[in-house]
Design a protein around this ligand. Structure first.
Ligand code: DC
Length: 216
């Protein structure tokens, strides 16, 4: 089974994917981390984020096994990753890894779950279940702001809101694989749902899709 979870920044899609992975015994891949790792690698050596050729070189030499640096989650890396994610050559390199990952769950797993922006539309159009997660931008900004404060990263609400707006615009208006809801996906608006309620909606949807799949 392949589950695709797409959505806007700070919509709760990462938390949802992690809970679904555990419940359905799926191997998870947070694809945003791949773009973040490319951006971090460029920033570390002082490369210009506007340089597509250099970005592609960093993507090609990415070490997929070292995606655990806490720095990857910082908001400056989030903004930087959204810039290099617009480059076609970077997306093509990362696409290959994501598609192989999706189709090859490790032994003992019932499938894979990938979360990102273009999973249902580009990476896994054949996914068995497709979920699009979003929420009101002010609510997302408030959640992200709280997370940053709790993790001791200094943050100003108005700045967090502005960053999210900028990323939403860049992610959904870029030419290559823009963020958009696939025609077959269900939408979950988490504005007024907590993590457990969001999970319950998605769990029921995936279970019903799986039942149909087994019957046909
Ligand atoms: O989900 P995230 O905030 O960690 O993603 C970081 C950036 O990476 C996001 O602004 C857009 C990009 N991204 C993408 O273009 N495609 C994906 N499948 C995942 C992330």
């Amino acid at each position: 089974m392949i589950v695709a979870v797409d959505g806007t920044s700070a919509s709760g899609k990462g938390t949802l994917a992690a809970k679904l992975a555990q419940h359905f015994n799926l191997e998870p891949l947070d694809t945003g981390l791949l773009y973040r790792a490319v951006a971090l690698s460029m920033i570390t050596v002082g490369d210009n984020l506007e340089d597509q050729e250099k970005a592609a070189n960093h993507a090609a030499s990415l070490d997929y096994k070292s995606m655990d640096s806490p720095r990857l989650r910082n908001s400056d890396i989030g903004v930087a990753s959204s810039k290099i994610a617009a480059f076609k050559s970077v997306r093509l390199i990362l696409l290959d890894f994501q598609q192989k990952f999706a189709k090859n769950p490790p032994n003992g797993r019932s499938g894979t779950i990938l979360d990102g922006r273009d999973i249902a539309t580009v990476v896994c159009p054949e996914a068995d279940s497709k979920i699009f997660v979003t929420a009101n931008i002010e609510i997302r900004a408030k959640r992200r702001w709280k997370q940053l404060i709790q993790s001791d990263e200094p943050a100003i609400y108005a700045r967090v809101l502005e960053d999210l707006r900028e990323r939403d615009t860049r992610d959904s208006t870029r030419q290559n694989a823009p963020l958009r809801k696939d025609g077959d996906a269900i939408t979950i608006d988490t504005s007024h749902l907590d993590a457990e309620q969001t999970f319950e909606m998605a769990r029921k949807y995936i279970a019903s899709r799986d039942l149909n799949r087994q019957r046909s």
